[in-house]
Design a protein around this ligand. Sequence first.
Ligand code: ADP
Ligand code: MG
Length: 702
Amino acid sequence: MPAVTLDSPVAGLGRLTKRHKEALATLRIETVRDLIFHFPFRHEDFSATVPIAEAPVGQTVTINAKVTGLRQRKSFRRRLAMAEASLEDEFGGKITAVWFNQPYIANMLPVGTTCRFAGKVSQTKLGRRLVNPMYQPPGKADSAAYVSPLIPVYSTPAGLTQLMLRRLIDAAKPAIEQVEEHLPAELVSAEGLMPLAEALQHVHFPPDQGSLRAARKRLAFDEMLRLQLAVGQLRRERQSLAAPAVQFDEAGTKTFVGRLPFQLTDDQRRAGWEILQDMQRPHPMNRLLDGDVGTGKTVVAALAMINAARAGYQSALMAPTEILAKQHFETLKKLFAAEGVTLALWTNSYKRSAADGAELAAAGKKETELLGEEIAAGRIQAVIGTHALVMDSLRFDKLALAIVDEQHRFGVNTRQKLVQKSGLPDQQPHLLSMTATPIPRSLALTVYGDLELSLLREKPANRQPIKTKLVAPTQRNQAFAQIREQIAAGRQAFVVCPLIGESDKSETTSVDEAFAQLSQIELHGIPLAKLHGKLSADEKEQVMADFLEQKTKVLVSTSVVEVGVDVPNATVMAIEGAERFGLAQLHQFRGRVGRGEHRSFCFLLPGTTSPESLARLKALEETNDGFELAEKDLRLRGAGQLLGKAQSGHSGLNLANLADLPLVKRTRSAADRLLDQDDSLKRWPALRQLVTRLTEEPVHLE
Ligand code: ADP
Ligand code: MG
């Protein structure tokens, strides 16, 4: 047989069926190298053996036993080849091990053999059984296919078993030492990392916990470093682009701030200052304004827009829904009235302009064209809109500032298209993104590492805190009694449900079901409305309008209310199946209420009594700090909860943990040191190739 090399096709490692090959393809494993870089996500520790007599039914155990008898037969019902071994340990305990479809067992385990067996204990009519246990035949002690003390567990798609994958990796083992170190030698020694080949060897075939820990540490560092290098390159690339330097109008800004009906919070001042500093530089800003719902992001955006206008440029603000765009337009119209900044609204349904306080509606095709011309000629200084801003053939004259509200609702492409419409030939506009999703520090330094961050942590002083209550199923009636009381007092309520339709019935309360139940029982006689993603845009708009006009009192909805409108009269947020949401998302829902003068309530109605879920939800009762909750979420549920599937999946992290702040910081500074030496990474071709692969993935890094 030819020697195994890193580039050998994985199909050459054993007799693989078509099904196996397809399964490997879904893991993108083609070569032996790919296989070696497919890491186990955890290890099962089989080092501790138990006496057979004490092996609990239903648990996976390791025993040390002697084969006292062996039989082969066909299983009665399924006609499968079956091998049965009688096992006995030194304490006199007995159990039968059963293997299906493994005809070679008899050869491997002749009667009289003593070795370790690991598997799950089940109870049958004929006594306790170990079904398909792993075993360690004599002379195979270090082979991962058998029971070494630490067994790697890999992610396997359908069609490929753990054992099969372990056998393949066992066959690929000789190639591991051919893997060359791809990190610079100085870095490996400065960081005290285990060399790559050794780490690969130990992660697949760990001799003991200590080596495994060091191997995982090395590989986690490696993964995180590559992510940091990719993000660092993007950051440096942006610094090399040109943008209009927007002069800071200090006097004008002071006048504007002085005219506001409230005092800016310190956080708002600092954020405004950071943004205006960035905009003065001749390189495009890429800043994220991150502040909880109600912390006052709009007025900070307004500061930036006014400065762009004063410097002779245009700005655009893009919101994810028409309702939000319209709301921003109304807010900014008031804020800009005394500033002499001309503005327009541009969505599919509404096209309007407002200049000198007077509002012009552009209803027809003709007027729309005219408004488009005004914008293209630069006579409109600030444009507020939706996706329509990028979809329509709208052009700007001199767009220096693009603002995207609730940035996670837009793909990178949308943002990019807006940037391309700037009308500035060799320059890019400054980009300000706004989000109410609190981003933990570790993510800000990795996945969002190309962004500068401005935080609004403090809420304007006049806010009433929201009372949050975790409601046990037995207290449901009391919670709804309180909701009815609020409605009787003239207030309104949201009820959020996890999923729509019947599909996931057993696990979740759908909007349809919740609506039916609420209208017949808990909220009988109260006008309710449904809101979910299957409604058309017009229907949604109508539902929201009815709710705003208080024609309906309760909105039963899916998570679409997350990006909702300001309904100061709504004082109740009730969340069904609360355990199904991340803490950060629940916190967002909660932020939909408590916006008016009335005291507001948030009821968490879990569909489970699992102590873990309830403990997690308790955190919401205890704190109102979104950042704290986001950190918790990241630790408990992983980045997917915060980033959405596409973005977290993209990070491609297998061993490294995005919540590991010390690792994040260390790799970030290591990446900076390397990029300072050579930002193209050409000096380290193998590393460069890995990093390039990361940035070329279809989903772009934030
Ligand atoms: P966000 O977009 O961050 O959720 P908004 O910009 O919509 O918040 O502001 C919420 C409300 O708070 C608005 O009515 C706004 O006028 C008001 N507001 C903003 N800043 C302050 C402040 N410093 N003091 C008092 N009220 C403020
Ligand atoms: Mg907002």
